[in-house]
Design a protein around this ligand. Sequence first.
Ligand code: PMP
Length: 323
Amino acid sequence: IRWTEGRGWHDAQLTPYAPLSIDPANMTLHYAQEIFEGLKAYRRPDGSVATFRPQANAERFQVSARRLAMPELPVETFIEACDALVRQDKDWVPEHGGEASLYLRPFMIAAEVGLGVRPANEYLFIVIASPAGPYFADGVKPVSVWLSENYVRAVPGGMGFAKTGGNYAASLLAQAEAAEKGCDQVVWLDALEHRWVEEMGGMNLYFVYGDKIVTPELTGSLLAGITRDSLLTLARDLGYESVEGRISTEQWRRDTENGTLTEVFACGTAAAITPVGRVKSTTGEWLQSGGEPGELTMQLRNKLLAIQTGAEADEHGWMHELG
Ligand code: PMP
C-alpha cells in the first residue's frame, strides 16, 4: 500500500514475493526512515488459522510512525493487510501441535527519492511472511546474557520505544561483544546511570520474586512488548502478582545470591518465553535458578503457547481468527 502526500493511502496490492526496485537516492537508504512489526499466525486444532493480538501490533506501528514523522496507517488497514497475506499463504502455516508458526513482518519505508533530512512525501507499507520453526529445536534451554555497560541502545528522548531499524543497527556491536564474552544475548541498561535494567536484544525481561513478578517499567527507552503486556495479565490469571518496576544490576545479583530472586526470563514474539541462565558483567557472573528453566517461567510459557495454538481457551479475546 502506498501513501502519497495529499492523497493518503492508496493502491493496495497482493503480489507474489519479489525484490523491490529501489532508487539509490531513496531517502530510507540514507536517513533510515523505516519502522516494522513482527507477529505470528498459528494453526488451531481444527485446522483454522489465527493471529495473536494484531490490533496491538497495529497500534504500536502507529506509535513508531509518529516518532519517525511518518503517516499513521489505520489499524483496520494494518489488520486487513496481514489477514489478506495469511489467507493467501494459508498452506504455509505449519500444522497444529508444535510451536511453529507463520511469521509476519509488516514494515514501512520512505519511497521518496531525494537527499535532504525531512519527512518524505511518499511511503510504502509492505507485509511479508515466512514459516518459522520452533525457537528451541531440542527443548527449552536457558540463555546466557551479557550486561552491556559499554553501549546503550536508546537514550531519553530517543527512539527506544519505537520499532525502527536504527535501534537494531545500534545493537549489533553490543551483540558482538556479548558473543565475545561467551554469552547468547545482550541486556541493555539505562543510558544515564548504566545501572537500571531495560530489556534484552529482542525481548523484554521479567524477574520472579516468589509469587510476585516484576518487569522493567516503560521509561520510553525500551519497547512495549506485546508478549510482556500479555504476561502481566496471564500471571495474574495464575494467581501471581505482576507489576512494573525498576531493577538495578546490583539488585539483580544480590537478590539472586540471597535467594529472593528465584527466576528470570525474557519474552517476545520470536521465542514466546526463554529462561535466563548465566548472567555476566564486567564485575562478575552468576547463575540463575541453578542454570535450569524456572518453574513459573515454564508454566507461563506453556500457558501462552496453549492460547496461541488454540489448545486452551482464549479468555482475553487475543486471537484474531481467520477461518
Ligand atoms: N524488545 C525488543 C527490542 C524487541 O525487538 C522485541 C521484539 N519485537 C521485544 C522487546 C518483544 O516484543 P514483542 O513481545 O511485541 O515481540
